[in-house]
Write a new protein. Sequence first.
Length: 199
Amino acid sequence: MNQNPNWQQARQSAQSVAPNNLLARLRADTRGAHEALDQAFAPFQADPAAHLRSFLAAQMAGLTALSSSARLPHNTASLSLLSEMLDRLAQDCQQMAIPVPVVRPRSGLHPLAVAYLVIGSRLGTEVLRRTLVASGTERIPLYFAPQDYKAAWQGLCAELSAQSAAGPLADDVCDGVIAGFELFHSAARLTRETTGKLT
Ligand code: HEM
């Protein structure tokens, strides 16, 4: 579990502005967790070649744990993206002989929370692909290859925007997204400890 005080602080101040639907609440309540993750992977963005293997190991560890933490059945909009991402990461890690740490999964994360993380993370991957290309990396791993996620993202945003920001469903989804981000924080930390990279 990440104990970053800045993250907790950001979350508390975001909560003081009342969001008017569930998507707005997720953005407000999890902005700090996402920014902290962005920071955890900052070394990769600054020097992609030096940290590529560790970045892929952390993504594989985090996504595997996220997938195992989902309350079943999976959200149908994200399921095919999730299995394609896992498959691509598995191929990348196998081809590059990258050891992957094991992150202990949680249980019962709401399928909408998992879908928000799975599909939303592809938005960031677009940015990272451009960074990799600009760095002159010769072989771009499969994980960064474009995926057709835009319709799924629009559909998910419409579904979340139609839900109330308060109540048991909203709390369940929001807790799931925060727990999901924590899995990726654990993945980054474990990878850092085992490889000495991402520091
Ligand atoms: C180096 C790592 C990462 C970077 C640089 C990054 C960057 C970004 C950027 C730039 C966006 C906004 C794109 C846009 O508005 O067009 C975004 C969105 C998002 N990212 Fe990340 N990301 C990273 C990792 C992750 C990970 C590991 C996850 C979750 C597992 C994640 C979850 C999300 C979500 C859910 C959104 C959508 C937020 C919303 O609009 O509601 N990101 N990311």
